[in-house]
Design a protein around this ligand. Structure first.
Ligand SMILES: Nc1ncnc2c1ncn2[C@@H]1O[C@H](COP(=O)(O)OP(=O)(O)OP(=O)(O)O)[C@@H](O)[C@H]1O
Ligand SMILES: [Mg+2]
Length: 272
């Protein structure tokens, strides 16, 4: 079943600016891990903000978990969907890391006696349990992203949108967070994750990919469908993973290797 349905969505921030989003149609299946790709300014964050109900003056319809996005349903929808913003500074409200994670839980009316354990658990999961009494503004960019991620995961939502939420993490930190998300998805197969990312390796591992350009969805499908044409993606300014580049280059020089071949299979073909 589809957990998000976007139909004929058009949106502009102001009258002077025409169509930041133009006639976007998109369906997202419950339980999928969806990557949204596209170069800077293509409308990815705007799409996420409109879906979150933060930009009300749009044309079209948006349905989230069976409820149409409108004023009446907004409070109920906010229980289902959470977002980690691109700039982690926009996420912080509390005076300390602990207050900050607590704030979301308070809003979600989690009983006070359960809160402390949940905060500790998620701070631990993102490796920030030693920073609970620190001021969020004094943390590094990557630490802020970890706290912001803990804050939304603790809410146990149905849908999470990550807007380049691991962009400031080092490769080890990124791996840890992806590991945490895949563990959460394993324990809760209905959890839907939308990840806005420039990381093609991450996109390659997702169930579905959506590519945006100039406020429109220009391509969507499984990673094999979308990533099969490496040179087209390169034109979109996205970094293509090593394996796709390698297969593309080998095929151009006369080999006939399937797009989804593993590195071992590539090795067997090239070396035989
Ligand atoms: N608050 C705003 N007010 C007016 N225009 C905005 C606002 N936020 C974004 N825009 C404009 O809308 C367009 C789409 O921006 P958006 O932030 O959605 O792009 P993006 O795909 O998320 O880019 P990036 O990869 O750089 O994060 C851009 O032209 C941007 O300048
Ligand atoms: Mg953005």
């Amino acid at each position: 079943m589809n957990i998000i349905e976007v139909k004929n969505l058009t949106y502009s921030y102001s009258e002077e600016q025409i169509n930041t989003l133009h006639n976007v149609n998109l369906t997202i299946k419950r339980g999928d891990y969806v990557s949204i790709l596209g170069h800077n300014g293509s409308g990815k964050s705007t799409l996420a903000k409109v879906i979150m109900g933060l930009c009300p003056n749009y044309q079209g319809t948006i349905t989230i978990n069976g409820k149409e996005l409108n004023k009446e349903n907004l409070a109920a929808i906010r229980k289902d969907i959470v977002m980690v913003f691109q700039n982690p500074d926009n996420q912080f409200i509390g005076a300390t890391v602990e207050d900050d994670i607590a704030f979301g839980l308070e809003n979600a009316q989690v009983p006070h006696k359960e809160m402390r354990d949940i905060i500790l658990d998620y701070a631990n999961k993102v490796g920030m349990s030693n920073y609970l009494d620190k001021e969020p503004s004094n943390l590094s960019g990557g630490q802020k992203q970890r706290v912001a991620i803990a804050g939304v995961l603790a809410l146990n939502p149905k849908i999470i949108i990550f807007d380049e939420s691991t962009s400031m993490l080092d490769p080890k930190g990124k791996k840890e967070i992806y590991g945490l998300i895949s563990l959460l998805k394993k324990n809760n197969p209905d959890l839907t994750v939308i990840s806005i990312t420039h990381d093609i390796e991450e996109a390659y591992l997702s169930d579905y990919i959506v590519v945006m350009n100039h406020g429109e969805v220009i391509k969507e499908g499984t990673p094999n469908e979308v990533l099969k044409n490496a040179s087209e993606l390169a034109k979109q300014n996205l970094d293509v993973p090593f394996q796709v580049k390698l297969i593309d280059a080998l095929n151009k020089s006369g080999f006939d290797i399937k797009e989804d071949a593993s590195l071992e299979e590539v090795g067997d073909i090239v070396c035989r």
